[in-house]
Design a binder for this molecule. Structure first.
Ligand code: NIG
Ligand code: FE
Length: 418
């Protein structure tokens, strides 16, 4: 073990520690994690080795003391669904949507995802990295310590690889964990108009999928199942092929219309089904009987003036629910998970504590990392936020105000806002 592996620190002066348990946290359990007043955390080698009352904490010596200044400590936030690597900007479409244009019409008339595709195809890896780095830095400022990032704006084997390489470069540069997802099936690019099957063949070739696996360029595979994108059958074929190369399936489903894609994805053992604005009771029952976690993206409903997902109903049925930003240039240009928590609180009637569990333990479970991050547990990685507020309710309540004082990743302070 080298020096930094043995490094021992004490986080003290914690007025409230929110002991989020390991995910997935289901149903009513989401609203009541244990709270410890006057708490401390001891970190050794980047992992939590004690949490509890300050007075019961093991004594030093410590290499470092981190003062929480009487604030609240929670697990670092996990954004389990983003498209945060892209080039260009679509504020023109944002205005058109305000004036009444709809998302699918814009997509079908060559804009939307294809608009960003043109900008991404024209960019180099370095340009994609430069365009995306400040976004990710802002996400860290808002408290994200793990962020999933999808490809999906290249829409050709080379351009999809380019996007995933950009994610890889950012992962080596930035102090947080980035989780890459292959979203080759985001929509059909113009050169394959009316030839979706041939497009799918081109992006699921053995050589490409073997390269993604061998170079560890993606952990998950995702597909947009919707009018203007792919059918349930096409989505299934794509995910099955990717799964054959070790990529774990995920899906964008029931966002703008109900397709039944979620049940198909459950059948494939998908890690998550995301969006679910139009989810029905039979699908909720299928999710309950599975390990597929519903991910709700209320920033999208807010941004597109569209339907919201029935979060309360899913929680009441006993499901573990996750929340994510869906940060992307078209349907949700939101980088802040705490803002999404506030939107979920007001529009979906989730309590602030449910929102926190949805963005930590349950998001970690979506990304298949619940035994490592997203919770306060001995042996888990010390990814923590020190918040300059007396409790979690005050965070979600003060919409758009950022109380993140310190971001701690693997026990190290990576951001100190004083
Ligand atoms: O999750 N729905 C499909 N994909 C994104 C939007 C992508 C875009 O419009 O650029 C989403 O909403
Ligand atoms: Fe998305």
């Amino acid at each position: 073990m080298n020096e930094s592996n043995r490094r021992k620190s004490l986080i003290h002066n914690i007025a409230q520690l929110v002991v989020v348990p390991m995910g997935p946290v289901r149903g009513v359990e989401m609203k009541s994690p244990e709270l410890i007043a006057d708490a401390a955390i001891v970190v050794e080698g980047g992992r939590i080795n004690y949490f509890g009352k300050r007075k019961d904490a093991p004594s030093g010596p410590f290499d470092e003391a981190i003062d929480a200044c009487g604030g609240t400590v929670v697990p670092g936030l996990i954004d389990c669904h983003t498209h945060a690597v892209f080039a260009g900007s679509r504020e023109d479409e944002f205005v058109r949507k305000i004036e009444g244009a709809n998302y699918i019409e814009i997509l079908e008339s060559g804009g939307g995802i294809r608009n960003t595709m043109r900008a991404v195809r024209a960019a180099t890896v370095d340009q994609l990295v430069a365009a995306s780095r400040p976004r990710l830095q802002r996400m860290i400022e808002w408290g994200a310590t793990t962020v999933e990032i999808k490809s999906g704006y290249g829409l050709s084997p080379d351009d999809e690889l380019k996007m995933l390489r950009a994610v890889h470069v950012l992962a080596t540069e930035l102090p947080i964990d980035l989780v890459p997802t292959y979203l080759g099936a985001h929509t059909v690019p113009p050169e394959f108009e009316n030839r979706a099957e041939e497009y799918l063949d081109s992006i699921t070739s053995e050589s490409l999928l073997a390269q993604l696996r061998d170079e560890k360029l993606a952990e998950f595979a995702d597909v947009f199942c919707e009018r203007g994108a792919f059918t349930v059958e096409q989505s299934q074929r794509f995910l099955e092929k990717c799964r054959g190369f070790g990529l774990i399936p995920k899906i964008h489903s029931e966002q703008i219309t109900f397709t039944g894609a979620t049940r198909m994805a459950v059948g494939l053992g998908a890690a998550s089904a995301d969006h679910l604005e139009y989810v029905d009771d039979a699908t909720i029952a299928a999710l309950l009987d599975s390990n597929t976690i519903p991910v709700v993206l209320p920033g999208c409903s807010f941004f597109l003036h569209s339907e919201t997902a029935p979060a309360r109903k899913m929680i009441a049925s006993g499901l573990p629910l996750a929340l994510a930003t869906d940060c992307n240039p078209g349907s949700c240009m939101i980088e802040s998970l705490p803002l999404v928590m506030s939107i979920a609180a007001t529009m979906l009637r989730m309590t602030p504590m449910e929102c926190l569990v949805a963005c930590t333990a349950n998001a970690a479970a979506v990304l298949r990392r619940a035994d490592q991050v997203g919770s306060i547990a001995v042996g888990h990685r010390a990814d923590l936020l020190v918040l300059d507020i007396p409790n979690v309710n005050a965070w979600v309540y003060r919409v758009g105000v950022n109380p993140v004082a310190k971001v701690i990743k693997d026990g190290k302070v990576i951001l100190n806002r004083g």
